[in-house]
Design a protein around this ligand. Structure first.
Ligand SMILES: NC(=O)c1ccc[n+]([C@@H]2O[C@H](COP(=O)([O-])OP(=O)(O)OC[C@H]3O[C@@H](n4cnc5c(N)ncnc54)[C@H](O)[C@@H]3O)[C@@H](O)[C@H]2O)c1
Ligand SMILES: [Fe+2]
Length: 384
């Protein structure tokens, strides 16, 4: 058997309505009682933080709320949250929100009790020392941040940097799909497709492909493919919301240990230059990259096809083509925008995007097929 390493968040609680019982869930697991909740403003305004705060107070926690997280959190915002944690004597950090809130919470837990400047921790394995206790409660289904050791920060006008370190796995992730009800349709679709990309890219990665990630990726893809259209058409469907959140967590566990490739590499410049969300950027690039990768990944695509109900007759190439067609149908039925031209990207920007994508060397190295700048331009043109 090939040797491999697999890491994940040590505890998951998956229960509809669990957020309203967070206090009792945490009181037995942690001795810390001074909590900082890292979240986003509209969540607080909508009143959805209230039951969470009430349950924490009932269980003896003191709480501070940092509610200024925005999409693609800038470094200065992360440091504001770190300062609040330091001033308020925080000894446990709770992230409640989408990937942006969870990623911010991770860095707060790492930096609040540390002297390491944030500029020193970008990259892989640069975080020194222990962090504060950390609990993550996703309100979107897509990034899988609750089970990854990654945090993505916006560091310049159009650049994002990642912190990758084992300290970023939280102690506990609480999956309460009720919190994802009310997520707008376009974000539901984009997040679900992002999670499918995590599963597909983990399964086909050139580095660190491993049997546990494979298991998780196949199951994630099966669940996501079966439920995405339903959740996009009826956001209040409890079973579909639960399924998609669970599927996105499984996909997160898969790609945390078998890293993503060219779809993500080509998606990042779209977010950086045109503020297209992470999920939507991935949704836009997925099909062109699948077609491009088929030259090497066809046998794996043929295997994945079985999980999503694609035709299983014919040779490998035919089955891989059926897989890609099925993915395309799922994306269409989710109703997310399909073309770069539909989301405000001008054709003349494509060469600049292709040049920028080449900087994602870490991700490109995981892709089953090498991608040079000419290939990247062709892929953006296909997505246009
Ligand atoms: N850590 C990782 O492993 C990882 C992986 C992929 C992406 N990311 C990062 O995650 C971020 C994207 O996260 P995201 O896609 O979850 O979105 P997000 O956290 O940026 O939130 C997107 C929008 O949805 C709103 N929102 C969130 N939950 C809601 C709810 N339940 N109801 C209504 N509105 C809600 C937010 O206010 C925000 O406007 C990016 O910064 C990306 O780089 C991290
Ligand atoms: Fe992603």
């Amino acid at each position: 058997m090939t040797s491999f390493t697999f890491e994940t968040t040590p505890a998951l609680i998956n229960a509809w309505g669990a957020a309203g019982e967070l206090g009792s869930l945490l009181a037995g697991r942690f001795s810390a009682r001074t909590a900082l909740i890292v979240t986003f403003a509209s969540f607080v305004r909508s009143g959805r933080l209230d039951p969470i705060l009430a349950s924490l107070h009932d269980a003896g926690f003191e709480t501070q709320v940092f509610d200024r997280v925005v999409a693609d959190p800038p470094e200065a915002l992360v440091m504001e949250a770190v300062d609040l944690a330091r001033q308020s004597g925080t000894n446990i950090v709770l992230g409640v929100g989408g990937g942006s809130s969870l990623d911010t919470a991770k860095l707060v837990a790492v930096l609040a009790g540390s002297r390491q400047p944030i500029g020193e921790i970008y990259g892989i394995g640069k975080v020194r020392g222990a962090r504060l206790p950390l609990v993550l409660v996703p309100t979107t289904a897509g990034t899988g941040s609750e089970v990854t050791a990654i945090s993505i920060v916006t560091t310049g006008e159009s650049t994002k940097m990642g912190v990758v370190a084992p300290q970023l796995y939280p102690d506990l992730a609480v999956l309460d799909a009720e919190l994802t009800v009310g997520l707008p349709k376009v974000h539901t679709a984009a997040g679900g497709i992002d999670a499918m990309v995590h599963a597909i890219e983990a399964y086909t990665t050139r580095h660190k492909k491993n049997p546990l990630s494979d298991l998780l990726a196949v199951e994630a893809l099966r669940i996501l493919a079966a439920n995405l259209a339903t959740v996009c058409h009826d956001g209040a469907d409890r079973r579909a919301r639960e399924a998609v959140l669970y599927g996105s967590t499984l996909a997160g566990q898969a790609f945390a240990n078998a890293p993503v490739g060219a779809v993500h590499a080509l998606a990042y410049p779209l977010g950086g230059h045109f503020h297209i969300s992470h999920g939507l950027s991935n949704a836009l690039m997925l099909v062109p990259v699948l077609r491009f990768n088929a030259s090497a990944a066809a046998p794996l695509y043929a295997e994945l096809g079985e999980a999503i109900g694609a035709a299983t007759s014919g040779d490998i190439a035919e089955r891989a083509a059926a897989f890609i067609r099925t993915i395309e149908t799922i994306i269409e039925s989710a109703g997310a925008p399909r073309r770069l031209g539909d989301v405000g990207v001008p054709r003349k920007a494509l060469p600049m995007l292709a040049a920028d994508a080449m900087k994602q060397t870490r991700l490109l190295g995981n892709n089953p097929v090498d991608v040079d700048e000419r290939d990247a331009l062709r892929l953006y043109e296909e997505a246009f």
